[in-house]
Design a protein around this ligand. Structure first.
Ligand code: ADP
Length: 241
């Protein structure tokens, strides 16, 4: 029995080592792309060859955009590493979901509407429970952000919050592009994107769902996702009351 256990341990260690290497390779790649573009455009500007002020401004705006992308990525990496720290502690407080949504929703709604998407929110009144306020906000932001990214103009996004006997149930649904059954199990992996090129253009870091999953886990909750290609996606989060 001991021998079997040891074999299993080594396989598991190897698996973790492969995951760690993949992660480092992914982070390096994700950082290299923007930094290459930033140095390139900055060098061109420094060379002084660009006389047209509009062209110079265009270069600066690319540098700005790519710096922002790096900033987002580093923030997401720090968030993940905090959540994975063995000493990580949730800041638990009584939170009222309707109040929290009033803070989180307005900027997202503006973004959704700019893209021609209707965003509706239904929250059970006075629904409160103990949780980490900032982390719960992050769940909504990441899920709604995705719904906005992956739903074409004219679509709908619905956010619902209600309680069952044991859980607070958060639901974010969209009428977007959907995810195939084959891809579905992988989308919580760090840096996994169904369509890499498209997702990079829309500005995601590929870490959003990994972060959401971690937050749900540290709250001892569950996450579930249903999706149909061309119809839309619904993410369910269940948090213990
Ligand atoms: P990203 O920053 O790329 O959005 P996420 O971790 O948030 O990273 O999501 C991982 C991948 O899952 C996305 O690249 C996308 O392919 C897919 N995805 C996530 N949410 C949705 C959604 N609401 N509709 C369709 N695809 C989605």
């Amino acid at each position: 029995k001991g021998a079997v256990l040891a074999t299993y341990d080594i396989t598991e260690l190897k698996r973790l080592e492969v995951m760690r290497k993949d992660f480092v390779a992914n982070v390096s790649h994700e950082l290299r792309t923007p930094i290459t573009s930033i140095t390139g455009f900055a060098e061109t500007l420094l060379d002084g060859g660009i006389e047209d002020p509009d062209a110079a401004k265009e270069f600066l705006s690319i540098i700005h955009k790519e710096s922002k992308r790096m900033q987002l990525l580093i923030e997401d990496l720090l968030t993940l590493s905090k959540l994975e720290d063995e000493n990580f502690q949730l800041v638990l407080n009584k939170i009222t979901l309707s109040d929290l949504l009033q803070e989180v929703i307005p900027p997202l709604k503006i973004r959704a509407e700019k893209k021609g998407l209707a965003l509706t929110v239904q929250a059970e009144e006075d629904l409160n429970f103990k949780a980490d306020q900032e982390r719960i906000k992050q769940i909504f932001i990441n899920l709604i952000d995705n719904a906005i990214h992956y739903t074409p103009d004219g679509g709908k996004i619905d956010v619902e919050v209600f309680s069952t006997s044991k859980y607070v149930h958060l639901k974010v649904s969209d009428t977007g592009i959907g995810i195939t059954e084959k891809e579905l199990p992988r989308i919580f992996e760090r840096f996994y994107r169904v369509d890499r090129a498209r997702s990079r253009n829309t500005g995601g870091t590929g870490l959003g769902l990994a972060i959401v999953k971690h937050i749900v886990e540290v709250h001892k909750g569950n996450i579930d996702i249903e999706s149909e290609v061309g119809k839309g996606t619904t993410v369910h989060v269940y948090l213990p009351k």
